[in-house]
Design a protein around this ligand. Structure first.
Ligand SMILES: C/C(=C\Cc1cc(O)c2ccccc2c1O)CCC[C@H](C)CCC[C@H](C)CCCC(C)C
Ligand SMILES: C[S@@+](CC[C@H](N)C(=O)[O-])C[C@H]1O[C@@H](n2cnc3c(N)ncnc32)[C@H](O)[C@@H]1O
Length: 250
């Protein structure tokens, strides 16, 4: 009699599929304590340059009311805060309590007066607790790729933006070039995951590869934005095509 197939272990389950929403929430909470440090180390500090570019593309200006969606530890929220100034407001939303705790701790550490204009909100990007047409600009830094229902997310982003305003969505680029894809995968397999293993976070960082494979290409992101109603959408490749940024205008 053929031996019964053993039930999949949690790690083998993960290897064969991208985690569900609750598992992702747990993932980002587990990586929260080392998230910023590993981003700095693994991107050689470049990620902050990419984030500054993304915030500039959002078009936030003084006294605006803006949203940083999937804010995590707050990198883009702090940049937006400086753009809108003390008379503006930044709403920064995330569904991970642990990421928001890191963000609020950073806010307390930093001295800039404008940072008092940031409001941290625990919520779901797929069901935003905001009225229609209430934001002058929005950023989504490394968030959309992590959302299970990207169309629903794009519809929510469209709904809460004021007519004529922009969203700037920074993430890994799902490249149509096999060389770029192979480079991303090589770096994740041979640099990112081994470094993360020092913090017992191999599985969490290995997820990057599957999430990029499941993501949308630049053209597909532009198409999705136009389908939900954005009047204009343009995807820019940065960092040699390893990263990408969609700018969509309502
Ligand atoms: C800021 C960056 C990634 C944020 C990020 C997003 C996610 O969805 C994750 C999911 C699970 C774990 C961690 C993350 C996460 O950190 C981009 C830079 C940090 C990356 C971890 C570094 C990846 C290396 C790149 C493939 C190539 C870097 C090239 C650079 C010019 C050296
Ligand atoms: C890779 S981090 C990006 C953090 C930050 N924007 C940055 O650029 O560093 C992705 C963030 O998205 C959040 N996230 C994932 N799915 C979410 C959802 N459905 N609703 C709200 N936040 C979500 C995670 O908790 C995590 O903090």
């Amino acid at each position: 009699m053929a031996s019964a197939t053993p039930p999949p272990t949690s790690s083998s389950l993960w290897r064969s599929r991208v985690p569900c929403s609750a598992e992702r929430q747990g993932l980002f909470s587990r990586i929260a304590p080392v998230y910023d440090k590993l981003n700095d180390v693994l991107s050689l500090g470049q990620h902050l340059i990419w984030k500054r570019m993304s915030v500039s593309w959002a078009g936030a200006k003084r006294r605006d009311r803006v949203l940083d969606l999937c804010c995590g530890s707050g990198d883009l929220a702090f940049l937006l805060s400086q753009k809108v100034g003390p008379d503006g407001q930044v709403c920064a939303l995330d569904f991970s309590k642990d990421q928001l705790l890191i963000a609020t701790a950073r806010q307390d550490l930093y001295w800039k007066a404008c940072y008092k204009n940031i409001k941290w909100i625990e919520g779901d990007a797929l069901d935003l607790p905001f009225a229609d047409s209430c934001f002058d600009a929005m950023t989504v830094g490394y968030g959309l790729r992590n959302l299970l229902d990207k169309q629903r997310a794009m519809k929510e982003i469209f709904r809460v933006l004021k007519p004529g305003s922009r969203v700037s969505i920074l993430d890994f680029n799902k490249s149509t070039s096999s060389l770029i894809t192979q480079s991303q995968e090589w770096m994740i397999d041979n640099v990112v995951v081994p470094v993360a293993s020092n913090y017992r976070l191999s599985k969490e960082y290995r997820y990057l590869k599957a999430s990029i494979a499941e993501y949308l290409t630049g053209k597909e992101l532009e198409k999705l934005a136009k389908e939900v109603g954005f009047s204009d959408a343009k995807h820019y490749e940065i960092a040699g095509g390893l990263m990408g940024n969609l700018v969509a205008t309502r």
